[in-house]
Design a binder for this molecule. Structure first.
Ligand SMILES: [Zn+2]
Length: 360
């Protein structure tokens, strides 16, 4: 036995990690009808605060109320925007109603609102997504827009996810394609994590890496099935988003699903707020960072095309120079998260990356 081996044996084992996962995940046709059965299983209490958006209330919020109104006391909150003031209002409504749990029914912004409010009120939250536009429908992190751009804040992952594929299939295809692109960007996120592990000694979870990469692979393998208006497509994408969320829960951070392509997306959002959907920008970011990693960037681009997600700034009506600036300033977003875009990218190489997106 070598001296090193003996040292390993003598070292006290002091690691501990708390992994929070959703307890019930129900994906499928008419899943909302089974919400009472989910609640009977998790027993979160009798008083629910339903947070929904103005359009999503019609799409699913009213249906959620209808299936629960007989057995539960329900209060409502309409999340028309997402900022600190609105969060305070929602918390007030929840407190006054004595809400014991929250049901977020809507798209990404509504789910983020429900997630943050449930965290602040310290009560469980159930995610009922009406679109599969990004992996936040399952994860424990939420995006909060502030005056200085979006910030990622800690919240609880949902205690249950009820994803009705009939409703999700009827949402605009652009949202589903964006969700796919968010999952495909897991490829580069894990490459960035591995790079940070090798270069910086950052702790890495092999389980989280494998699950995150496998999720992207399964989605790419099924990309020909991702078609507008198909429940099967909604099914494939929601399962991938759930799996991505589980990888983040295992890691205890967004690392397995958020690398340089996400820093690029956040930088772009800061320069040009509301220019495009989160997943769409991450997909384009993944093409460029995959090139920098020396990987098969054309395969990433091909899958995005197949799914119907954008692959050039022009398709999103974003000027090329904005993309160049976002690539250069990506290093200023979460500087502690080391990625390939933190290795000293020059203006020339950033401009080359953008030109490459238009290559035949
Ligand atoms: Zn994302």
């Amino acid at each position: 036995m070598s001296a090193d081996d003996i040292n390993v044996l003598r070292r006290d084992f002091s690691k501990s990690r708390w992994t929070q996962l959703p307890r019930d995940v129900l994906v499928g046709h008419n899943a909302i009808e089974q919400l009472p059965a989910i609640l009977a299983d998790i027993k979160p209490g009798r008083s629910a605060l339903i947070i929904t958006g103005s359009a999503t209330r019609e799409v699913a919020g009213n249906q959620v109320c209808a299936v629960l109104s007989h057995d539960y006391t329900i209060s409502h909150f309409l999340a028309t925007r997402l900022d600190a003031g609105l969060l305070k209002e929602a918390e007030q409504v929840g407190r006054e109603a004595g809400a014991e749990f929250i049901i977020g029914v809507g798209g990404g912004r509504v789910i983020d609102t429900a997630k943050i409010v449930s965290y602040n009120l310290d009560i469980p939250f159930i995610s009922v997504p009406t679109a599969a536009s990004h992996d936040g429908i399952v994860s424990g992190r939420a995006t909060l827009p502030t005056e200085n751009g979006n910030v990622s804040v800690q919240a609880h992952p949902p205690i249950a996810v009820v994803a009705d594929t009939g409703i999700i299939a009827r949402a605009p295809h652009r949202l589903l394609a964006s969700g796919c692109a968010d999952v495909i960007s897991n490829y580069t996120a894990v490459l960035d994590w591995e790079l940070a592990h090798r270069l910086r000694g950052e702790e890495i979870s092999e389980y989280a890496v494998s699950l995150s990469r496998m999720t992207a692979e399964i989605l790419v393998k099924n990309s020909r099935l991702i078609k507008p208006g198909q429940e099967e497509a909604a099914w494939i994408v929601v399962k991938a988003l759930v799996s991505s969320g589980v990888a983040m829960s295992i890691a205890g951070s967004s690392r397995p699903a958020s690398g340089g392509e996400h820093k690029f997306a956040h930088a772009l959002e800061r320069i040009m707020p509301g220019g495009a959907l989160h997943g769409e920008v991450c997909g384009i970011g993944a093409i460029m960072t995959m090139y920098l990693h020396g990987g098969d960037w054309r395969a990433i681009r091909q899958s995005l095309i197949q799914i119907g997600a954008p692959t050039t700034p022009e398709q999103l009506k974003i000027p090329d120079r904005v993309v160049t600036e976002a690539l250069l300033s990506a290093k200023d977003i979460r500087p502690e998260r080391f990625t390939i875009l933190d290795t000293g990218i020059t203006r020339e190489s950033a401009e080359h990356l953008v030109r490459m997106l238009y290559e035949e």
